[in-house]
Design a protein around this ligand. Structure first.
Ligand SMILES: Cc1cc2nc3c(=O)[nH]c(=O)nc-3n(C[C@H](O)[C@H](O)[C@H](O)COP(=O)(O)OP(=O)(O)OC[C@H]3O[C@@H](n4cnc5c(N)ncnc54)[C@H](O)[C@@H]3O)c2cc1C
Length: 332
């Protein structure tokens, strides 16, 4: 099968590998709208079926030689017994303990949270540079690459344009909305923060290592979002830094890392078939590195075997496309 994947982000790159190793001829087009940082968070401490997707994603990274470096994580605040029991039943190494330096009880995760070198995944995929536009009129498909009609050149098309999904498709509304999100690189007096993850559900922020080598630097965010087009310029506030300070002491915000993501009405991902020959996946909000390759796997299974997972299939919203975007669930 000749496949054109639109967008060389986390989903597009994962789909490229999964289809290629099954013998398909895959091309990936990238517009250059998005730049990726070297590392992103990968956590196994998610809820529901997301945990399995996250495990699948980790297996994908290992198989494709995308390096992951794991660090101890501390989850503070109420986590239900049901969630913890699921983690334990899947063999995740977690225990609840009082943590002196956090002055609170926490669920400590060993080997459950990593920084994944996501740029290595993106760089592992060859690309065609260009901008794709998809049109669906009365179920009739037209795909253009830099204004050239390429509809008959490929057997199928897969739209994975992230926050640009809804702008890349005309004639149809999907249950997706784009938004701006941000986090702060902070300078601190506690180099331990560059070697741990903190998910503080009590105060409402997270903290991740910057380089993971014990520098006095860490990255903090709180999952706050501003709904907007990925071409709108926004400026994120410093509330996450203030929340983190009341737990870990003085932090000096020195750089705002920012970008655009997209969410669905329940802030969980979707995938599926839009019309004949056109498939898509998206809505990965702030945890695409955690579950992206897992969702790519579901989509590829659907395309090749017709197997559908209704928990993530896009029709679960029964046609709702107008909704208000929620806060990023971040881990839980
Ligand atoms: C600041 C920031 C920090 C984040 N931190 C984390 C983290 O630590 N852990 C985590 O799991 N997730 C994190 N995320 C979220 C994660 O990046 C996303 O969930 C994920 O990248 C979404 O994957 P995707 O493949 O759907 O889209 P993307 O990875 O965004 O890829 C879409 C690609 O499509 C391209 N494109 C768009 N339109 C077109 C077009 N018309 N034609 C051709 N190409 C097109 C874009 O340029 C882009 O490269 C973060 C996001 C941001 C912005």
């Amino acid at each position: 099968m000749k496949v054109l994947v639109i967008g060389k982000g986390i989903l597009g790159s994962s789909i490229y590998h999964l289809l290629k190793e099954r013998g398909h001829e895959v091309s990936v087009v990238e517009s250059g709208f998005r730049k990726f940082p070297p590392t992103l968070i990968h956590s196994l401490l998610l809820v529901g079926k997301d945990v399995e997707l996250s495990i699948l994603s980790k297996e994908f990274y290992v198989k494709h030689n995308i390096p992951l470096k794991s660090f101890t994580s501390y989850t503070l605040g109420k986590v239900s017994n049901e969630v913890v029991n699921k983690w334990l039943s899947l063999g995740l190494n977690v225990e609840e303990k009082y943590v002196e330096w956090l002055r609170d009880k926490a669920i400590i995760g060993y080997g459950t949270d990593s920084l994944v070198q996501i740029r290595k995944l993106i760089d592992s995929v060859p690309k065609i540079s260009g901008n794709v536009s998809v049109e669906v009129n009365d179920n009739k498909l037209r795909v253009t690459l830099d204004n050239n009609d390429v509809t008959s050149r490929y057997d199928i098309f897969i739209l994975t344009a992230g926050a640009w999904n809804t702008l890349s498709i005309n004639g149809l509304r999907l249950p997706l909305k784009s938004y701006y999100c941000w986090s702060w690189l902070t300078l601190n007096r506690n180099s331990l923060l560059d070697k741990v993850f903190i998910y503080d559900y009590e105060l409402g922020y997270y903290s991740r290592p910057f380089m993971g080598i014990g520098l006095p630097l860490s990255i903090v965010g709180d999952g706050d979002v501003i709904e907007c087009s990925p071409f709108d310029k926004k400026i994120g506030d410093k509330k996450a830094v203030e929340k983190a300070e009341s737990r870990v002491g003085k932090l000096f915000p020195i750089y705002r890392g920012e970008g655009y993501c997209e969410g669905t009405p329940d802030m969980r991902p979707i995938y599926g078939e839009i019309t004949e020959r056109l498939y898509f996946a998206g809505g990965l909000d702030g945890y695409g590195a955690e579950i992206g390759p897992g969702i790519a796997n579901l989509l590829v299974k659907y395309i090749l075997e017709g197997e559908k997972d209704s928990d993530y299939y896009w029709r679960r919203f029964n046609g709702v496309t107008d909704f208000k975007i929620g806060k990023e669930p971040h881990e839980l």
